[in-house]
Ligand binder design. Sequence first.
Ligand code: IDE
Length: 446
Amino acid sequence: MPGIVFPKDFIWGCATASYQIEGAFDEDGKGESIWDRFSHTPGKILNGDNGDVACDHYHRYKEDIALMKEIGIQSYRYSISWPRIFPEGKGQYNEKGLDFYKRLTYELLKNGIKPSVTLYHWDLPQKLQDIGGWANRDVTDYFVEYAGLLFEKLGDVVPYWITQNEPWIVAFLGHMMGVHAPGIKDLKTALEVFHNILLSHGKAVGAYRQLNLPGKIGIAPNFSTKYPASDKKEDIEACELADGVLNKWFIYPVFKGTYPEDVVKFYRDRGAHFDFPPEDMKIIGADIDFLAINYYTSEFVKHHPVNGFVEINNELSQFEKTEMGWIIYPKGLYDLLLRLDNDCNKIDIIISENGAAFDDKIDENGNINDVKRMNYIKEHLIQAHKAIEEGVNLKGYYLWSLMDNFEWSFGYSKKFGIIHVNRENLKRTIKNSGYLYRDIIKNNGL
Ligand SMILES: OC[C@@H]1[C@@H](O)[C@H](O)[C@@H](O)c2nc(CNc3ccccc3)cn21
C-alpha cells in the first residue's frame, strides 16, 4: 500500500468502557448497576461470566496506562461508572468513586494521553432502574446532575466528552430484545428509552455549555451501512427502511429536529404509537462539537413480507466474518463517513469505536500474531483515509479495544483487544496488532 499519511493533528486512540474492564463491582462505595444485576442473573451471560473482576482495571490502571504509552496512544476513551459516583443514582455522591476517576484522569495527563470521557456506557445505577430506568423521564434530570458533577470536577482537564454510548443498542437490545440489561422486551418501552436517552444528551450538552468549559462535547451512536441485497424495488425499499430504523432514527432527531416519518409509521403499524413533546426535539438537537461514530460492520437487506425487511449477512458466504458473525466490509465505513458528512452538515467526526473479535492464538513463545485483526485495522484505516481525501472532517480514530474485556452477553468469549488479558492471572500481553498500531501511530499512517 503506498504510504498513507493522515492529517498532522489526527488523533490516534483506544477505547474501553467501565463495566467491561474495571471490576471492583462493589468496592469503595460503588452502588449496584443494571449490568451487575443482569450478569448475576443466571442464564443471561455466556458461561455465567460477569464483570465483578473483569480486567481489574480499577486496581491496575497505572499498568494499563504504561501499556498505552508504550503503544503511543494519544487519547484514551474510557467511561465513568455512574453508580461509582452516585451509588443511589442521585443525591449524595461517593467521594471514593470520584477519586478513582480523578487518579485515572491525572495519570493519563501525566503520560501525555488526552482523556476522552464517556458519561454513559450502559451501567445505569440499579436504584434508578427500580424507578423505571431510562423509560422514566425523571432519569434524564438525574443524568444531568451526574454529568454536571463530572463537568465541575474534571471539566477543566478533560478535552473530549461523550454523553451517551449507542442509544439504539441500549434501547433495542436492552428494552426490546431483552439480551442486554435490564432485559426488557417491549417495543413501546424501547422507543421511550431511546427518546429519553437523546433528551438526557441534549440536556447535558446544555449544562456543559453553561459552564463555558474549554473542551468539546459529542455523542457516540452506533451506525452500520445498509445495502439492498438486489436491485429489486422491494429490496431497495426494504433497505431504506432498515437504514431508517437504525441510522435515520438517530440522525433525524439530532440533526433535523424530527423523527423519520417512514419509521414512525413502521412503529405505529406495529402498535407502538410514537410522539413526543415538540420542545424535546429542540433540546435533543443541541449543537454538538463532534459526532463520535461506532462502526464495525454493514448489512445486506432484502424485503420481508411481514417484518418489512430482513438482514441476510448470515447467508453471505463471500464475506469474511469476525467471531461476532459480523461481515468484514471496510467500504461500509467509507460510505458511512460520506453519508454523515452530507447528512450532518460536515460536522467534525471521530471514529470512537472500530475493531474486531477474532479467535487469537498464543504461540509457544507467548506471542499473539493476530493477523486477521491487523488486516481489519489496516483495511478500515484505508477507507477512513479515502473519506478524508473526499473532504470528510474526520479528526480521529479510537480502536476498540485497548484490551480483551467483558463482551456483554458473550462474557469473556469474544476478544477485541490489541492487548491480550490472561483470564487466569489477568496478565497483559501486547498482541502483534498492538505493535502494528504503535507503528501506525508513529508513522501517522500506513
Ligand atoms: O461488540 C463490541 C463493542 C462493545 O464491546 C462496546 O461496548 C459497544 O460500544 C459496541 N457497540 C458495538 C456496535 N454494535 C453492536 C451490535 C450488537 C450488539 C452490541 C453492539 C460494538 N461494540
